[in-house]
Design a protein around this ligand. Structure first.
Ligand SMILES: *[C@@H]1O[C@H](CO)[C@@H](O)[C@H](O)[C@H]1NC(C)=O
Length: 434
């Protein structure tokens, strides 16, 4: 019975893994006319192994959905020349290839999120909305969409260009004036609108600068639950992030007050702060602690400069909206000093902090594997020391026994050398992989 289950399981895995192609150097040639979603991995990357079943599920689901996107994976250590051409910095890296363009996936590594991304990016860059019903359907499904309203124009060309750049983050549509809800009043067409926060905002080229940077600035809701992925993306935004760090499972009265204050500020002072601040709240302090290399209290209010990993904490307790306004303004005018950052000292501290947390989490998630990984170099060092020490007394042996002693010494000595060069090779290999 158990054998049967095992056989069935294995054949399911075989079928499912059939939807993911192992790619090699020829990928460069045949990717031109096809859509490809590719995972770049390294055999030594432990997380890549954990991720593998998800990748197979992605392949199987795209196939069953009838998606035109092929799914592949590439061992970057074996095909390093092609991988370096794609600028792979971490593992696993996920990219979607569409014609000459490639799009990086930076979201959560879950099946649903990856499939959503694939469907969005592989489809048309700008999707036409042809009816009131379709418009309402789209609005009900997405928190944030951009819509171009009007006929052919220079603005439309710019809109397509910006959409190609930002399709990795969100959806872009086009529509005619007639299909918009009655609540939308336009003075001029063509125009670009962002629908979010339960309302809409229009792009004004005289106030907002070029379209592409306006789209970048507006691509998050004014106030929302921020996770580590969206926080990371905010580094590209040249906005500060004002965050209420709270415990969502056991919200204290103060947590709720901080969130309410943040939300009020985000809506009531939107026009005032929209180019300086992104507002939101975050559940738990784990990610922030890693970022600032310290511990923030829960709940607390913090301002982050994601470009340089800098942060500001209020000097006194925030009780009212005036306190919060004062704090945000003091960050803007520079009277509250920025801590952290990625200067030399902070950079060094970060390396140690990261190394420490990596080792800690390694031992927490895979203790036996970690013992092996940490034990191996230690074992080699011990063996080298042992080999050297046991070789020494041979010199002190009597001449007549020297004849028998020296071959043993040779063997020992040689062994030690082998081991040393062996470990030297290991480190140089490890460097290469880095
Ligand atoms: C973040 O800090 C850098 C360096 O101090 C500064 O140039 C940049 O303007 C800051 N970013 C924001 C959004 O204020």
């Amino acid at each position: 019975m158990r054998n049967l289950i095992l056989t069935v399981l294995l054949s399911v895995i075989a079928v499912v893994s059939g939807y993911v192609e192992e790619l090699d150097d020829k990928f460069k040639e045949y990717r031109q006319d096809e859509l490809w979603l590719v995972e770049f991995y390294a055999p030594w990357c432990a997380y890549c192994h954990t991720f593998e079943p998800i990748w197979y599920e992605v392949g199987a689901e795209l196939k069953s959905l009838g998606s035109p996107v092929n799914v592949g994976k590439m061992d970057t250590t074996e095909h390093s020349s092609i991988a370096s051409g794609f600028n792979i910095r971490g593992y696993p890296t996920i990219k979607l290839f569409k014609g000459d363009l490639s799009f990086d996936y930076n979201g959560p590594r879950t099946k649903d999120a990856i499939i959503e991304f694939t469907n969005r990016v592989s489809g048309p860059v700008v999707r036409p909305l042809s009816s009131v019903q379709l418009f309402q359907h789209v609005m009900s499904r997405h928190d944030l969409i951009y819509v171009y309203i009007g006929g052919e124009s220079l603005l439309k060309k710019e809109y397509y260009k910006a959409a190609t750049e930002y399709i990795v983050h969100t959806y872009f549509f086009s529509a005619s004036e007639e299909i918009l809800p009655k609540a939308v009043t336009l003075q001029d067409v063509p125009v670009v609108a962002v629908f979010k926060d339960g309302t809409y905002y229009l792009y004004n080229e005289f106030i907002d600068g070029d379209l592409s940077s306006w789209i970048n600035r507006e691509r998050f809701p004014s106030y929302f639950q921020i996770d580590s992925f969206s926080l990371y993306q905010m580094g590209e935004q040249s906005k500060l992030v004002a965050l209420a760090v709270v415990d969502e499972k056991n919200p204290s009265e103060e947590s709720i007050r901080y969130k309410t204050l943040m939300e009020r500020l985000a809506t009531e002072y939107r026009d005032h702060y929209k180019s300086d601040y992104q507002f939101g709240y975050m559940d738990g302090n784990e990610y922030i602690n890693g970022l600032i290399m310290g511990e923030v209290a829960i709940p607390s209010i913090i301002v982050l400069n994601m470009t340089i990993d800098g942060y500001c904490l209020p000097e006194s307790k925030i009780e009212t909206i005036e306190d919060l306004l004062r704090f945000l303004n003091s960050v803007l005018d520079g009277s509250t000093s920025l801590l952290g950052g990625n200067g030399f000292l902070q950079g060094t501290k970060r390396i140690f902090f990261k190394a420490k947390s990596t080792v800690v989490s390694m031992f927490q998630t895979a203790p036996i594997f970690s013992c092996f990984v940490c034990g191996l170099p230690l074992g080699i060092v011990v063996m080298v020391i042992w080999a050297t020490c046991t070789a020494v007394p041979a010199y002190e042996e009597k001449p007549e026994e020297g004849a028998t002693a020296s071959p043993a010494l040779d063997a020992q000595g040689k062994k030690a050398n082998e081991l040393q060069s062996g470990s030297a090779e290991k480190t140089s290999e490890a460097k290469k992989e880095d």
